[in-house]
Design a protein around this ligand. Structure first.
Ligand code: ATP
Ligand code: MG
Length: 348
């Protein structure tokens, strides 16, 4: 059967990019397989050990974990069909990551792009290589190494499918390589996990700088649309979004990244493709009219999610209950794998 694993960091509250890039597929994958009728086993994790690879304030981190849990449930994650849990409550994640650390070449991680871009975002250097002095003094081991922890997250549950956004492709390739390396070294049989990635138009870009992706950890709240944003906030964020001076609406991610990003969002909100979206907007000449139409599509789509989200946020008892149950179930599965791994390596 299909075993699905994916994670989201409690580094803030989920935004429209998380929703379109990942969460829509998370909920879709809860359905039985169309051909075999088999129900998949879904593990969805609030990956708090990943969140602390960047500085987090303890009280906000605790709150963010609950907010993320409420958001996932509001978006349709069903605790009866999916195991929703906090990563740090299943200790095997850190244990398997350590074992993977002992076989993974440093060079494999040196090639990853995320630590480089997160260092830059923190105001660090533009260094591109590990031998760069100015970089290595500021770079934390955890930020450099977290793709190995990600490999452990997936393989701990022998995950076969991983629904993620495009920015995670490189990390998934690393996880596949680590699985193969471990299998070869210790005659084990981790599956090679496959990414399930939505089309490029579902990659949501920053509203302020359409050259970089929308992120929870971007210091500017105006760069993203949070799923909790009120209609007024959405209106003002879209009104301030970067576009261009070209008349009319057309889809051209290279020449018109801002407008194309908004078109992608509009299309996704209405479940149509971008070319249909362009057609629907062909009568529009002013940027303001275009932005108004995009805004209304977002508000309409988010409305039902938000009312459920606010209801859940007020029910902390229920959230804690779901997370307790999830941790228990994930822990059982993780311990089984870990026992096998300890044996294979010779630690038992
Ligand atoms: P952070 O800035 O802290 O890394 P994030 O916004 O990148 O936060 P993550 O928790 O790292 O969010 O990622 C959760 C999931 O959302 C991943 O599968 C990731 O690929 C996807 N995702 C994140 N940002 C986008 C985006 N802008 N467009 C599409 N998918 C995205
Ligand atoms: Mg991220």
């Amino acid at each position: 059967a299909r075993r699905v694993f994916s994670g989201i960091q409690p580094t803030g509250t989920p935004h429209l990019g998380n929703y379109l890039g990942a969460l829509v597929n998370w909920t879709r994958l809860q359905e039985a397989d169309a051909t075999t009728g088999e129900l998949p086993l879904n593990y969805y994790s609030i990956v708090d050990l990943h969140a602390i690879t960047m500085p987090q304030e303890p009280a906000s981190l605790r709150q963010a974990k609950l907010d993320v849990a409420a958001t996932l449930l509001a978006c349709g994650i069903d605790p009866k069909r999916s195991i929703l849990f906090e990563q740090s409550r299943v200790r095997c994640h850190a244990e398997l990551a350590w074992i993977f650390n002992c076989i993974t070449p440093v060079g494999w991680l040196g090639r990853m792009t995320q630590w480089k871009s997160k260092m830059e975002k923190m105001g660090g250097s533009h260094a591109q290589s590990l031998t760069d002095e100015s970089l290595t003094s500021g770079l934390k081991m955890g930020l450099f190494d977290y793709p190995v922890l990600q490999a452990a997250d997936i393989l701990l549950y022998k995950g076969t499918h991983v629904p993620v956004g495009q920015d995670q492709m490189q990390h998934l390739e690393l996880a596949r390589n680590i699985a193969a390396l471990f299998n070869k070294t210790f005659e084990y049989t981790f599956p090679k996990p496959e990414a399930i990635v939505p089309p490029a138009t579902k990659r949501v870009m920053s509203l302020r700088d359409p050259a970089s992706k929308m992120s929870k950890s971007d210091p500017s709240d105006y760069s993203r649309l949070n799923l909790v944003d009120s209609p007024d906030v959405i209106r003002s964020k879209i009104a301030k979004a970067t576009t261009d001076g070209i008349r009319g609406v057309s889809y051209d991610p290279v020449e018109r990244p801002g407008v194309s990003n908004l078109l992608g969002i509009y299309a996704a909100m209405r479940d149509i493709d971008v070319h249909e979206a362009v057609k629907e907007c062909s009568d529009i000449t002013s940027t303001k009219a275009f932005k108004d139409r995009v805004t209304e599509s977002i508000i309409a789509r988010l409305q039902p999610i938000q009312s459920e989200l606010f209801r859940l946020q007020a029910d902390k008892g229920y959230l804690v209950c779901v997370l307790d149950d999830g941790a228990l179930r994930a822990d059982q599965a993780a311990k089984d794998t870990m026992e096998q791994v300890y044996k294979a390596v010779g630690l038992r």
